[in-house]
Design a protein around this ligand. Structure first.
Ligand SMILES: Cc1cc2nc3c(=O)[nH]c(=O)nc-3n(C[C@H](O)[C@H](O)[C@H](O)COP(=O)(O)O)c2cc1C
Length: 200
């Protein structure tokens, strides 16, 4: 039975530990988090994003602000992220509020990306319909020819978001007795974390 979470530990530290263990286990894309958002008319949608856990109080990801998820978040900043590591029978759910990162954080992330990735981000607004995939290849080649050896600028519509959790749920499967463990951390009014366990 793998070690479970501790009531006395900050849940971000537990999340980092589980990420490290998923990486060690060889899970592909262990930092992929499925983010669910809700549109102004109440329609849910979910998609995978690469999540960063460097800050103690938030999870970061980078995307197009003018995308469907960006429009959802502008109208309703409440969202839930889910990490799933099937080989470890583990899931972490993180619920909270999403705000944009600072321009400095977006610029630093942009500067860390390969030029090929930056060029691909320039092909157009995310999730817009195009005539076919070849049109995107042509558009990227045109942008690449125009930019040449210059740095690729970060579009104002591309940058970071921070998910500031108000609750975490750590789920650990227990195949032996099917009493799967569910540990819940909820932020209280003093800003520290209450800990509890839920039925499976
Ligand atoms: C493993 C994985 C990681 C992804 N990471 C990102 C990411 O970091 N940022 C991003 O904008 N899209 C990422 N995507 C694509 C999104 O899932 C999604 O297709 C895109 O953001 C458009 O979402 P939207 O139309 O709901 O706004 C990733 C997809 C996969 C499968």
């Amino acid at each position: 039975m793998p070690e479970f979470v501790s009531p006395d530990t900050d849940p971000m530290d537990e999340l980092r530990r589980w990420l490290t263990e998923a990486t060690a286990e060889g899970v592909s894309n262990p930092a992929a988090m499925v983010l669910a958002t809700v549109s102004p008319d109440g329609s849910p949608s979910a998609r995978a994003l690469m999540a960063g856990t460097r800050d103690q109080d938030s999870i970061t990801f980078f995307t197009h602000y003018a995308s469907p998820k960006g429009r959802d978040l502008a109208a309703n900043p409440d969202a839930e992220g889910v990490f799933l590591w099937t080989p470890l029978e583990r899931q972490v759910r993180v619920r909270g509020t999403i705000t944009k990162t600072s321009v400095e954080v977006s610029d630093a992330y942009w500067a860390s990306r390969p030029k090929n990735t930056q060029l691909a981000i320039h092909v157009g607004e995310q999730s817009s319909m195009v005539s076919d995939h070849d049109a995107l290849v042509d558009t990227k080649a045109e942008i690449e020819a125009r930019i040449g050896d210059d740095d690729v600028p970060r579009p104002d519509t591309y940058g970071g978001y921070r998910l500031t959790p108000r609750s975490y749920e750590f789920w650990q499967g227990r195949p032996s007795d099917r009493l799967h463990l569910r540990a819940i951390y909820t932020r209280n009014s003093e800003g520290s974390w209450d800990f509890g366990v839920m039925t499976p």
